[in-house]
Design a protein around this ligand. Structure first.
Ligand SMILES: *Cc1c(COP(=O)(O)O)cnc(C)c1O
Length: 305
């Protein structure tokens, strides 16, 4: 990865190579921690803006609340800290990774309640997560043999570090099999989401996305629903089966990292024409226009540096 100069740790900017933790850091062993993935874009006018910064940091705070740990910083403090970290690194565009973790101290499971809770924010330049080629022409997806965790196994509304074991098992399986990404089904067998992206399916001009019960409530998902409705497209939150995806006209995945990525096939069944369809292209184009600061109607989603 491309390093930046500084990482924010507990209120201080430290050199990238010095941003270290103790090997007995509780989160490293047990996975109780919360994180965010946020992007800062270079706008048309040369300024830089972070997309939905406050919404991400509110979710970070809520993830901590769900996990039963208390963030050591308020949302307002973290908003400032993110902006400070980007400015210090003099980056025009970057990915932003805040992390709240249980530090070292005691080692028992109950120590999540007594050990200090720490925060860090790293930023680095990061291009298209599923590749420029994927963004333009669509990716190949395979249904995972791993299920999305049950709502009462792990908490699906928290973006928790430990949850990513589930996502990474699915991701590695898909990539080893020669696919770009995995589709995860929920424990009832309905389509849930990608490893770190929400799912959208277009059939007969209407757009469907799984309800939030079993999936992470993606901020890109919410943004895309707003964009589609603004474009006059009907969006329904409804359970989907994998065969409904096989016969869909268009499918795409959304996430801060993946942005709006078209899907060209699922389990080797071509979707629609096997190319990004018109609704996918229109929403993807509008999403990028908003990020570049070209849409006054959505300017409240941007925080300029
Ligand atoms: C982060 C994440 C997403 C995407 O959320 P955004 O807020 O759009 O970045 C989707 N699914 C999972 C499991 C995630 O962790």
């Amino acid at each position: 990865m491309e390093k930046a100069e500084f990482i924010w740790m507990q209120g201080r900017l430290v050199a990238w190579d010095d941003a270290k933790v103790h090997v007995l850091t509780h989160t490293l062993h047990y996975g109780v921690g919360a994180f965010e993935g946020i992007r800062c874009y270079e706008c048309e006018d040369g300024r830089s803006a972070v997309f939905r910064l406050r919404e991400h940091l509110v979710r970070l705070d809520q993830s901590c609340h769900i996990l039963g740990i208390e963030s050591p910083y308020t949302v307002d403090q973290l908003v400032e800290a993110c902006l400070e970290t980007i400015r210090a690194n003099r980056l025009k565009a970057c990915y932003i990774r805040p992390l709240i973790y249980v530090a070292d101290g005691e080692m028992g499971l109950g120590s999540a309640m007594v050990n200090p809770i720490h925060a860090s924010i790293a930023v680095w330049p990061w291009g298209a997560y599923l590749g420029d080629e994927g963004l333009a022409n669509g990716i190949r997806v395979r249904t995972s043999s791993f299920q999305r965790m049950h709502v009462n196994t792990l908490m699906t509304k928290a973006k928790a570090t430990g949850h990513y074991v589930n996502s990474i098992l699915a991701s590695i399986e898909a990539r080893r099999g020669g696919y770009d990404e995995a589709l995860m089904l929920d424990v009832d067998g309905y389509a849930a989401e990608g490893c770190g992206e929400n799912l959208f399916v277009v059939r007969g001009g209407r757009v469907k996305t799984p309800p939030i019960a079993t999936v992470l409530e993606g901020i890109t998902r919410n943004s895309v629903i707003d964009i589609l409705r603004d474009q006059g497209v009907v969006v329904i939150e409804e359970r989907l089966t994998r065969d409904e995806i096989y016969i869909a006209d268009e499918v795409f995945l959304t996430g801060t990292a993946a942005e709006v990525t078209p899907v060209q096939s699922l389990d080797d069944r071509r979707i629609g024409a096997g190319r990004p369809g018109p609704i996918t292209q229109r929403v993807q184009k509008e999403y990028f226009e908003i990020l570049r600061g070209r849409r006054a109607a959505f300017s409240q989603w941007l925080t300029y540096l």
